[in-house]
Design a protein around this ligand. Structure first.
Ligand code: C2G
Length: 129
């Protein structure tokens, strides 16, 4: 069974996220999503989420492409996660192009094109939230 992992905040879930998750799942048989916790978002990613970790986790677990959701609590957990979850492929959007090439010693690393016209920030701006 080919195991794939991806990481993210996934706040205000939108079709750009779904496009990523669908393509990520196509790279294997089992997709793990490491979901940024509220603390990690606030302290390290400078992101204020609309939905809490538990709400974002529930949304992700309802998506057919997602097999497991785990917490992302720090930048440094990826190497450990690859071993812990026996990951074959790490995948993320190409806004991170090259940033996680260090994982190539452990697994395949894939950067997928983002869905350009949508983002959580755009949604908030358009809704004047
Ligand atoms: N994404 C996308 N198209 C968009 C928006 C997001 O393909 N229009 C992808 C991103 O490239 C990422 C995933 O969806 O792969 C989740 O996006 P974010 O929640 O913005 O994740 P990010 O803040 O980039 O977190 O350690 C890695 C970080 O946790 C990644």
């Amino acid at each position: 069974m080919k195991r794939v992992i991806t990481y993210g905040t996934f706040d205000l879930m939108h079709y750009g996220h779904i496009n990523l998750l669908r393509r990520a799942k196509k790279l294997g048989d089992y997709l793990i999503v490491a979901l940024s916790t509220d603390e990690f978002n606030r302290d390290m990613k400078n992101k204020v989420c609309y939905f809490t970790y538990e709400q974002r986790k529930e949304l992700l677990e309802a998506i057919r492409y997602v097999d497991l959701v785990i917490p992302e609590t720090c930048w440094e957990q990826k190497m450990t996660d690859v071993d812990l979850y026996h990951v074959d492929t790490f995948v993320i959007g190409n806004d991170w192009e090259g940033k996680f090439d260090f994982l190539k010693e452990k697994c395949e690393v894939v950067y997928l094109p983002r869905t350009e016209e949508i983002s959580t920030t755009k949604i908030k701006t358009d809704l004047h939230v």
